[in-house]
Design a protein around this ligand. Structure first.
Ligand SMILES: C[S@@+](CC[C@H](N)C(=O)[O-])C[C@H]1O[C@@H](n2cnc3c(N)ncnc32)[C@H](O)[C@@H]1O
Length: 449
């Protein structure tokens, strides 16, 4: 059987005039390089627009020449579909182990992002639009995948159901970004339980003075119940401990890691701190590679949380990582973050007298994976190429359903051909979000570390 030819995922076609179309392919083409199609080629595109593709033998020789031109690497507007090869799980595992190995090789000693947060974050909106997208920022507006709630509101719902929010509660949020998460969390508590809302005492705690200012500005409506503190959460000691609830969403990957080498138990320096903490928390390194990274900061924060919660108090820690994998470096635009070894967090929590449960974030918040959203490559074709080409600026960091896209870009979206919407769960990464976990902790008894 001949090849099937179908439009490449993520390529979009947009009419500039009746006879001229622009084809936009993400990642390959810069806006200036978008391909302009002549009128006679548009009919061919229409035929190829069949999502299941077109058999190659159904194309006339002249059309095949046109398709070949389109297949040139700088445009790549079509793809040939031959055999679909699912990725072998062993390949994924090998890749993951290799990333752990490379991360440990690249780092000397210890990596600390404190000075980055203190000095290099200047623009709160840009930070989360361009530098480091978070799941909570992506879902900051009501979304069908969260049953019409936004991320912060949905989080509040889950915690209210878990009886983690109650009358007179003192709540501490660590690492609060723009402040939108806290604002939406509190709005939802106000809606669902106005009496509880009035009685709360909510503290925003962040290392970045610029982000603290944004948190203050964004949360004016909660004026009576909120306060703000600036500091480094993992070394800060909260003198008036006794919080009923601590939340930290997508912050702990920013905390320091240290490189450890098996068989080299130095008595001083950052590695010694790591070995010492591992021992005191009862962690097992028998499955570690010869050199590996250790989440020194996240574990230190866990100790801090255990000392800052009142007995019976709860904490929720959300971050990306793995239940068994060692930290991997993630290069995020202008800094490096490290994934979390949640197996170590669970063992450490147990040693610290905390009851601990780990859930996938999509399970914790109940993301609806069947909701259809804009394919990630199509998203990048529109927001990274077509809009700049048309001179339109628009916030890109959202997970668009068809309705949302039509509302946000009515003129453009109606004209674009071949928009591709796929089920959210097929996308994964930060969108679904795969690889993100929610660690739920309950302080059971007093235990000093
Ligand atoms: C990736 S952002 C997440 C922001 C927000 N929670 C969200 O979900 O969008 C990490 C946040 O943690 C803060 N942060 C990083 N390291 C910190 C530390 N050591 N102590 C306190 N805050 C920290 C950053 O300034 C930033 O506000």
């Amino acid at each position: 059987m001949g090849h099937m030819i179908k439009p490449a995922r993520g390529v979009i076609w947009y009419p500039i005039s009746e006879s001229l179309w622009i084809a936009v392919a993400p990642r390959r083409a810069s806006p200036e390089k978008c391909l302009l199609l002549q009128h006679n080629e548009v009919g061919l595109l229409d035929r190829l627009n069949n999502p299941s593709g077109v058999p190659e033998q159904d194309l006339a020789p002249g059309e095949i020449d046109i398709v070949k031109k389109w297949l040139a690497p700088e445009f790549s507007i079509l793809e040939e579909v031959k055999v679909h090869k699912p990725l072998n799980p062993h390949v994924n595992l090998a890749r993951s182990v290799f990333q752990e190995y490379r991360s440990a090789k690249e780092l000397e000693g210890r990596h600390d992002l404190a000075s980055y947060h203190l000095t290099e974050i200047n623009d709160p909106v840009r930070q989360f639009e361009e530098v480091e997208m978070t799941v909570s920022h992506l879902y900051r507006e009501p979304h069908p995948a969260l049953e019409g709630k936004n991320y912060g509101a949905r989080f509040a719902r889950v915690l209210i159901e878990d009886k983690a929010v109650g009358k007179g509660f003192r709540i501490l949020e660590l690492g609060c970004g723009t402040g939108i998460f806290g604002r939406e969390f509190l709005r939802e508590v106000k809606n669902a339980a106005p009496d509880i809302y009035k009685s709360l005492d909510y503290t925003f705690f962040d290392i970045s003075p610029v982000l603290t200012k944004s948190q203050e500005q964004i949360n004016k409506e909660h004026g009576k119940i909120m306060s703000f503190q600036t500091g480094d959460a993992y070394i800060h000691s909260f003198p008036d401990a006794g919080y009923d609830l601590i939340i930290t969403n997508e912050m702990i990957a920013d905390l320091p890691v240290v490189k450890l080498t098996k068989g080299d138990r130095s008595q001083s320096g950052p590695a010694a701190d790591g070995w010492d903490m591992g021992k005191r928390l009862g962690l097992d390194f028998s499955d570690a590679p010869p050199q590996f990274l250790f989440n020194l900061g996240a574990l230190r924060l866990l100790i801090n949380i255990s000392q800052t919660l009142r007995p019976g108090g709860k904490a929720y820690i959300v971050e990306y990582g793995s239940p068994f994998g060692y930290p991997k470096a993630h290069h995020v635009t202008n800094h490096i973050e490290y994934s979390i070894h949640f197996g170590h967090m669970l063992t450490a929590a147990e040693s610290l007298g905390l009851e601990a449960n780990l859930l996938g974030l999509h399970e914790f918040l109940g993301f609806l994976g069947d909701v259809k959203v804009l394919d990630d490559l199509t998203h990048s074709a529109i927001f990274g190429h077509l809009l700049p080409f048309l001179g339109i600026t628009r916030e890109s960091s959202k997970v668009y359903t068809e309705d949302m896209l039509l509302k946000a870009l009515p003129q453009v979206a109606q004209k674009v051909k071949n928009l591709s919407f796929v089920s959210l769960k097929s996308l994964g990464g930060i969108l679904y979000p795969n690889g993100f976990y929610a660690l739920r902790l309950v302080k059971k008894r007093r235990k000093s570390f």
